[in-house]
Design a protein around this ligand. Sequence first.
Ligand code: C2E
Ligand code: CA
Ligand code: CA
Ligand code: CA
Length: 279
Amino acid sequence: AKHGGRNTYAKFSPEMDERMQERVHLETLLRLAPAAGQLRLVYQPKVNLCSGEIIGCEALVRWHHPQLGLIPPGKFIPVAEESGLILPISDWVLRTACMQARAWSDAGLPRIPVAVNISAAQLLQQDLAQWALGMLAETGLAPELLELELTESLIAQDVERMIATFDQLKAAGVKLSIDDFGTGYSNLSHLKNFRVDTLKIDQSFVQNMLDKPDDATIVRAVITLAHNLRLKVIAEGVETAEHCRMLRAHGCDEIQGYYFSKPVSAQEFEAMVRQGRRL
Ligand code: C2E
Ligand code: CA
Ligand code: CA
Ligand code: CA
């Protein structure tokens, strides 16, 4: 008998085995999802706090499986990242978002940029600028109507390469924002070298700021930091009138969250813009 064989086996508890099986199962199903038409994008409005107008939106992916039902991105994006499926999925997301924004632009809707989330695994595997600019060319969308949301931790991974990538995207006119700002541990001194347009305050700070003074301090600090660097600042996860009031008092530029609207279908978003819905 092999020495230590039992111990090796003992590491795989039944629960772990179950989780691994579920992951493999999910991966098998996810591989088929884009071609099977099971992916959808929903769009969440971004609103200017001064004018109250809709000034943009974020595209968020949804997976509707005929048997499993709706699977949230928090559950399948990590699976996609580990299996390499993030590339075809991201490709589907970016193409769909660009085509939608192009259709809105062609239909005479006010010029509203669509933001797309960029995953860390994806950045390691491909040239972001080449990919995004290629997709703009393919779909005929004006670069100004595309925004890319990247997380802080992701940018910190390879600073030199990211600066070059951002410069390339900025030169073309693409908008860039740092998502979940405040949750990473990036070197703040690098921030001035990244030519981003917007800092997006993470929703955890927004949701805690009313009862936790430290979180309120962070929110105010991020707003000041953004403005001193001549960047725009948006707060995400804004759920109540009180959140909204406090952010306005601190000079935050834009908000996004359930208070104004949940993520909605392309049709619903278009109707909202056409009706001139305001905060
Ligand atoms: P995120 O980019 O930080 O997106 C914000 C999340 O907060 C979204 O969850 C959104 O539906 C939710 N949200 C918006 N307003 C509120 C609010 O007022 N309160 C609360 N509690 N939540 C709010 P969702 O759609 O489940 O997405 C979760 C995460 O999955 C995203 O976080 C993003 O990291 C990732 N994700 C979503 N779509 C994509 C995609 O197309 N590609 C990639 N790579 N990642 C995606
Ligand atoms: Ca985002
Ligand atoms: Ca975020
Ligand atoms: Ca997040």
